[in-house]
Write a protein that binds this ligand. Structure first.
Ligand SMILES: [Zn+2]
Ligand SMILES: [Zn+2]
Length: 574
């Protein structure tokens, strides 16, 4: 928690320094430190307590002093000083995807544009036209960036909300007298963005629990503090958290009620009425005598309605209730089913750890195998591999496998699909690899037909096993590229290419909706993390959640196979 706050401050400092045209090394040091903080396993306050704060790899003396300052005072004075130089409007404008520091400064200084609303008005009324350095394309990008920002406004990526929710739950669990506690709402359904955090809890004595909640250090402002319900706004993200204390006998009913979705719950209530019951957040009641007949657990609630318990991820009224009546719900994939993480980067390209470090960490997570899939050469900014360096990497992997016990390392590459569908590496070399991921990293703006043809051409080569982050979207930053999904999926079926479920929290690509569509065409999937350092391997759960929301079972996802069968699949037994 405190780490996220520090990361946010470091990033903001970097933004401001960028506006000031400050030293590039300094800016990069802040950005890098922000990344490090985000991935740190231990909270900064704990590190300070145990004297380990000054030894965080990748964070120098100067920045670790700032972390200490924040832990002790809740502020970083450098940041406070820098903020004074700029009205916040400038930072708002800079926060729009596609608007860089130069443009922001120009608009702010020369035209007095100091809010997103003002910028939008200027763009829409043609008043940005003719400003030096602003092309028509820039204006279109600005409007698109504003729309994107708005599309998730008030909602937060699951990757932001879930860890915060779990951290707060952890703190409340530590309170004496706390009984059952669960996250409800869309966070429990693992939607890719969530509006707020709902926590349900039972407690012998709600008073102390609420006291503890409103005093948590994560909280910026308390909106209300009642005997059974309190709400607060969190620091930095300004996300709202609601904590409700419910009675033990109602916990399951309340959990179902607050988990939703609305459409799912409406159907449940109709079912209850048909049976002569009344269903609400307090329980299931017999309408003849108003006696509660279920409510303590969700299982009880679904049982008395004659239903199989429905996993939260698929409570969207998309056929799950009908199947639950017949007790025929599919068994969904679970976290533990994934036996190998097969998309990750190392120091060979833009990752920051070695093959051995990645493999050992994966081993400690219980994986049986991983695949190293660094970028290919056309991705210059990521230091993509040319044939020579790919060959050395292959040798290093062979050597690793010879000496290491346990985890197996597969040879792979995330090869760029060039603008015409050719692959950015010699076919002969790709053929020697265990796994080839074909991805698009450039030329996102191709028209639909061209993009579709490009991806189909790549699959036709027979060299690609998996399409990486198939839609290219980044939540809140970049829309998916235009592609004809039916044609793409049909081709993937024909050429037996799997679709990636990229678990990186801002990617989650394919989306749940597209997963379901691809599944209906009989496609196979791989759930991967696209890790650029070992800590990012913890993201796998987000991909598994997306897979569950897409109704996938274990057999739909290829990297649930053990090493031998996975390799056999890659070799063509699909
Ligand atoms: Zn990629
Ligand atoms: Zn990648």
């Amino acid at each position: 928690m405190v780490n996220d706050e520090i990361a946010h401050i470091f990033n903001s400092i970097a933004d401001i320094l960028e506006l000031k045209n400050d030293n590039q090394f300094r800016i990069r040091a802040y950005r890098k430190a922000a990344l490090v903080m985000n991935d740190l396993a231990d909270d900064a306050d704990k590190l300070l307590e145990t004297g380990k704060l000054s030894n965080i790899p990748g964070i120098g003396k100067d920045l670790s002093a700032k972390i200490e300052e924040y832990v002790r005072t809740g502020k970083v004075s450098t940041f406070e000083e820098l903020k004074k130089e700029f009205r916040p409007g400038l930072l708002d404008i800079l926060s729009i995807p596609g608007v860089g520091p130069k443009t922001s400064l120009l608009l702010y200084d020369s035209y007095g544009i100091d809010s997103i609303e003002k910028l939008e008005t200027y763009a829409n009324t043609g008043r940005l036209k003719g400003i030096k350095g602003i092309k028509d394309k820039t204006i279109a990008n600005i409007l698109k960036g504003i729309a994107l920002r708005r599309s998730i406004q008030g909602r937060f990526p699951l990757g932001t909300a879930l860890p915060v929710g779990e951290a707060i739950m952890g703190e409340l669990r530590g309170n004496r007298g706390t009984g059952s506690i669960e996250l409800a709402g869309s966070i429990r359904r693992r939607r890719e963005t969530v509006g707020d955090i709902d926590i349900l809890v039972t407690a012998d004595d709600p008073g102390p629990l609420m006291d503890r909640f409103v005093q948590l250090k994560e909280i910026e402002r308390v909106l209300s503090r009642g005997p059974t319900r309190s709400s607060a706004i969190l620091k930095n993200t300004h996300m709202q958290v609601d904590v409700r204390v419910v009675e033990k006998d109602s916990f399951g009913a309340a959990l179902a009620y607050f988990t939703g979705s609305k459409a799912h719950n409406i159907k449940l209530r109709e079912l209850a009425i048909r049976k002569g019951y009344k269903l609400n957040e307090y329980g299931v009641f017999d309408t003849r005598n108003d006696k509660r007949i279920a409510g303590a657990t969700e299982q009880d609630v679904y049982d008395v309605l004659g239903l199989q318990w429905v996993p939260p991820e698929i409570r969207e009224d998309q056929g799950e209730i009908e199947l639950a009546i017949e007790h025929r719900l599919p068994e969904l994939i679970a976290d533990g089913d994934i036996l190998g993480d097969v998309h990750m980067h190392t120091v060979y390209s833009d990752g920051d750890s070695t093959i051995g470090q990645m493999a050992r960490h994966a081993g400690s997570l219980g994986y049986r195998y991983i695949a190293i899939t660094d970028h290919s050469q056309s991705l210059g900014i990521a230091r993509g591999l040319d044939p020579g360096r790919l060959r050395s990497q292959m040798e290093e992997i062979d050597a690793f496998n010879e000496t290491s016990m346990g985890i197996r390392v597969l040879k792979g590459m995330e090869v760029d699909i060039l603008s015409d569908g050719r692959l950015d590496m010699d076919a002969g070399l790709l053929d020697k690899l265990d796994i080839v991921i074909g991805s698009i990293h450039m030329g996102f703006k191709q028209p639909r037909e061209q993009m579709t043809g490009r991806m189909v051409n790549a699959m036709k080569t027979g060299l690609v096993d998996l399409i990486g982050h198939p839609s290219g979207r980044i939540i809140g930053e970049r829309d998916a590229y235009e592609v004809d999904w039916d044609t793409l999926f049909d081709a993937a079926k024909k050429y037996r290419v799997a679709m990636e479920i990229n678990s990186f929290p801002l990617r989650l690509d394919l989306t749940d909706v597209m997963i379901k569509k691809a599944r209906s065409k009989g496609l196979k999937f791989m759930t991967t993390t696209d890790s650029h350092d070992p800590k990012q391997m913890r993201y796998m759960g987000y991909g598994v959640s997306a897979a569950r929301r897409g109704w996938l079972g274990k057999h739909d996802v290829v990297n649930t196979k053990d090493h031998k069968d996975f390799v056999r699949w890659l070799k063509g037994d699909r």
